[in-house]
Design a binder for this molecule. Structure first.
Ligand SMILES: Cc1ncc(COP(=O)(O)O)c(C=O)c1O
Length: 396
């Protein structure tokens, strides 16, 4: 069977041309691309304001810092119990407490659970659209408006998808987007790009001031090489990146990339621009692949695809497997059969909270390959192998 890898980025000649241009002009850090990308996004997301930085979670930090100044007595931020850990770190780095609430089967915040968790100490709600599936964001926005609580529309993983006619990222007071690996727009890894959208103009002056204080980004060539070698080309480079990094450590060459908040680099804004220009193709291809999985899985009722909906864009295909399946063992068998997989996030449970659905789901999710160009037959083969392995594991 052909080998199937999970996808970190959908890059074509357009993205590689930008890299070459930046190399030739030695303009990795600074150049015209950030201003052009910022203008394009501002036009697309109008009337929201756009501030480009290096990480999505730093955009969250900037927004929370502004909100905290307005409501210094409030210290809790509601987050889904199924969430990227960097969101929790962003909340805590602002001196705030992340309160987890349960999710629905689509892996997004359950509005009823949000409502139950709101109290006088709640500063904000962070509502992500997990793997691109739109959360019930308009309901959450109504809840926040009624309760006088800030809302961050966390569109880290999704660009160009609408809910009730509005682009995800534009609900609430602020929104964010990330350009890191496996998102909709991908420009690299570790600080390759993030966007702060200011949806409520009342906070625009403060956001602009915070953004203007950010230093320029540095050492992005190193992060790009890491991304290309260990992620985008990993099917060809295998484990060599691991040995290369050990060699670098032995030679005393330490990574220079920073986790501090900076502006976006010229290189990554250029790649982001190339991706944004292809956004329709990127999303249509993922819609096709998700649908092909849905069709193939009709034969295998043991495997669920909880985020699927007709015509829905998903950045990743996350399958829900039956309780009896030993997922680590299954992944090893699938790897031997040439199918690369990933698992979901571990559930985040803040002290004293219960999130049964998030706990159950997070342990049962398996990501299967979702790469541009996969055929329906290949997707059918993957589903058949996964199902066969599950059946052999669960046989009495
Ligand atoms: C839902 C969500 N929000 C925020 C972030 C943070 O983005 P970044 O990695 O660019 O900081 C992520 C990253 O995976 C995410 O998935």
């Amino acid at each position: 069977m052909k080998r199937h890898h999970v996808s970190f980025a959908d890059w074509t000649k357009a993205e590689y041309s930008v890299i070459l241009r930046c190399l030739l002009r030695a303009s990795f850090s600074q150049g015209n691309y950030p201003a052009i990308l910022s203008d394009r996004l501002a036009h697309y997301y109008a009337p929201s304001s756009i501030y480009l930085c290096n990480y999505g979670h730093h955009a969250i930090r900037i927004a929370l810092t502004i909100f905290r100044r307005r409501q210094p007595a409030r210290s809790k931020v509601i987050v889904p119990a199924y969430i990227c850990p960097s969101v929790i770190q962003a909340v805590e780095s602002c001196g705030l407490t992340a309160i987890s609430v349960d999710i629905d089967d689509d892996l997004n915040l359950c509005p009823t659970a949000v409502q139950c968790a709101l109290d006088h100490d709640t500063l904000a709600v962070i509502a992500p659209h997990m793997y691109g599936a739109p959360a019930k964001i308009s309901d959450i926005e109504k809840l926040c408006n009624t309760a006088g609580i800030f809302l961050i529309d966390d569109a880290a993983q999704v660009v160009s998808v609408r809910s009730e006619g509005r682009l995800l990222g534009t609900f609430g007071d602020a929104g964010i987007i990330s350009f890191a690996q496996s998102k909709t727009i991908v420009t690299g890894i570790r600080g390759s790009g993030g966007v702060l959208l200011i949806n409520n103009p009342e906070y625009d002056v403060e956001a602009k001031q915070a953004w203007q204080m950010l230093p320029p980004s540095t050492n992005r060539l190193e992060a790009l090489c890491d991304f290309l070698w260990n992620y985008v080309w990993s099917a060809r480079t295998g484990n060599s990146g691991y040995y290369l990094s050990r060699l670098c450590n032995e030679l005393g060459w330490r990574s220079q990339t920073t986790s501090a908040c900076t502006q976006i680099s010229n290189l990554e804004a250029g790649i982001g621009l190339a991706q944004f220009e292809r956004i329709e193709m990127i999303t249509q291809e993922k819609i096709r692949i998700a649908h092909a999985y849905h069709v193939a899985l009709q034969q295998y009722p043991l495997i669920q695809f909880p985020q699927y909906a007709a015509e829905r864009f998903l950045t990743r295909v996350m399958l829900r497997l039956p309780e009896q399946v030993d997922i680590p063992r299954l992944r090893t068998t699938l790897k031997t059969a040439g199918i690369e997989t990933r698992t979901g996030y571990k559930a985040y449970l803040s002290p004293g909270t219960i999130a049964t659905n998030a706990e159950n789901l997070s342990q049962r999710l398996l990501e299967v390959p979702c790469r541009r160009g996969m055929s329906e037959a290949e997707i059918g083969d993957i589903c058949s192998v996964v199902s066969h392995q599950i059946t052999s594991q669960t046989k009495p």
